[in-house]
Design a protein around this ligand. Sequence first.
Ligand code: FA5
Length: 341
Amino acid sequence: MLDKLEEVARTALAELEPIQDEEPLQRWKVAHLGRNSTLMSVFDQMGSLSKEERPAVGRRANEVKRMLEAALTAKVTEMQEKALQKSLQAEQLDVTLPGRPARLGRLHPNTQTMREIYRIFSEMGFQIYRSREVETDEFNFGLLNIPPHHPARDMWDTFHTTTPGVLLRTHTSPGQIHVMRQNAPNPIRACLPGMCYRFEQISARKDTQFAQVEGLVIDRDVTLADLKGTLNDFYRRLFGPGVKTRFRANYFPFTEPSGEMDVECFLCGGDGCGMCSGSGWLELLGCGMVHPTVLLNGGYDPEKFSGFAFGMGPERTTILRYHIEDIRHLWTNDLRFLEQF
Ligand code: FA5
């Protein structure tokens, strides 16, 4: 029996030596340490041995079993080691190579301006509203006191859809009617930002697509002084206390009286240059006291309520803030330009 055990140990260790894969290793384990292995049959036969033989065979059988188990553990560790070395060599990393920097995105300069505008108006108690870019002729013109064939329509030539009477809005002013109808007869202090579209001759200061931020204030006893005070305060907060602005009379069918606000040209400092067409001033916005007809169309009694409105172009503000000489840079998507902001 002792010879048989030595034979088992020798054969098992010899067979284990060349094994390098998981599957033959499992087969080896079943063959030499499994229930039906020769080693286990020795344990089964212990009862049939003589009293003298039993202790020596039992001790040796246990030694062989522990030896084979230790050899199996050592083989598993060796195989894991080899697999790790192999994968380290196959997927070699050069940790001394400089990493690839993650490119951080940034906000478009016009979005930055729009957010600054919202921030300031929010501080002044204005609520920001979204309004639609595709409008009806009625809201873009009719309800703003511009009936069909009114000559003022020439100021806002636009893009029409194939559905009659539906167009891309030329300004954010139709939002005034939406906000008034939602809130009448309560007071309003609203800001309406969004894209506008015009069939326009493109130039350094004009594009066919641009954003506007509309402002609307409706209450009892609102005056032109409130309009001027609000806008002067706004531009001082945006451009700094030293900014030079001026109001000029103008005409809009939906306000009476109407005006425009200019800022001193950043390029020539007021002397007159190509940017400001020689005037020394750059136009910022249109504004005025809400026309009684528009108040009525919005659901307010013009005998009791008055209000002011304005529509500013954030692109113009952006080119002023960053001294950009051509508005078209903003929408050409050239990263060399955009990454400067
Ligand atoms: C209007 O659009 C009026 N709805 C503004 C208004 C609102 C007046 C409320 C009274 C009461 P205007 O066409 O002037 O007005 O445009 C207003 C501003 O939008 C301009 O001062 C300018 O800053 C900007 N803007 C107009 N057209 C363009 C354009 N083609 N490209 C870039 N910005 C423009």
